[in-house]
Write a protein that binds this ligand. Structure first.
Ligand SMILES: [Zn+2]
Length: 156
């Protein structure tokens, strides 16, 4: 076959069948590592801040999305956040029905760009946008340095 001919039958191409091992490790990056370390060790939720743009980011970013400056300043998010959107889950991630429906929410904080998606610790029927919430952090001995160190968000 020359390069001027079109392939219409992939079985005519020379090929080998086999498997290709492909393993990936996804790291949280420098800003993410700082976020999870502060959450695990101190029970704090940090946002990175760009003073030039007067903008803070959650989850924290290493670089400002507007001016591309490297961000080295971190602040605690306010104690209270706001539910922006909710959804109710009736099955777990394996598809098995949950004993009780669970509410999940996008929570934002005043003055901070972004937010966190997390469990909303209210009965599913009471989950609504606009709710003022605060994080419930797991006891220090139970923290592992993951987003699960936040048990969820409860009404403030
Ligand atoms: Zn900036």
């Amino acid at each position: 076959m020359t390069f001027l001919e079109r392939t219409t039958d992939p079985r005519r191409l020379r090929h080998w069948e086999g498997t290709l091992e492909a393993d990936y490790i996804y790291t949280s990056g420098l800003a993410g590592e700082r976020f999870f370390t502060a959450l695990r060790d101190d029970g704090r939720i940090l946002a990175s801040r760009c003073d030039a743009c007067d903008l803070a980011y959650l989850p924290p970013r290493l670089f400002c999305e507007r001016c591309f400056a490297e961000l080295a300043a971190y602040d605690d998010v306010p104690a209270t956040g706001r539910v922006e959107a909710v959804t109710v889950a009736h099955a777990d991630r394996s598809g098995r029905p949950l004993p009780e429906p669970e509410a999940w929410a996008l929570v934002s904080f005043r003055g901070i760009h972004g937010g966190l998606l997390h469990r909303l610790l209210v009965p599913a029927g009471k989950a609504r946008a606009g709710l003022a919430v605060r994080p419930r952090i797991r006891p220090r001995a139970m923290r592992t340095g993951t987003i699960a160190d936040i048990e969820g968000f409860e009404p403030a």
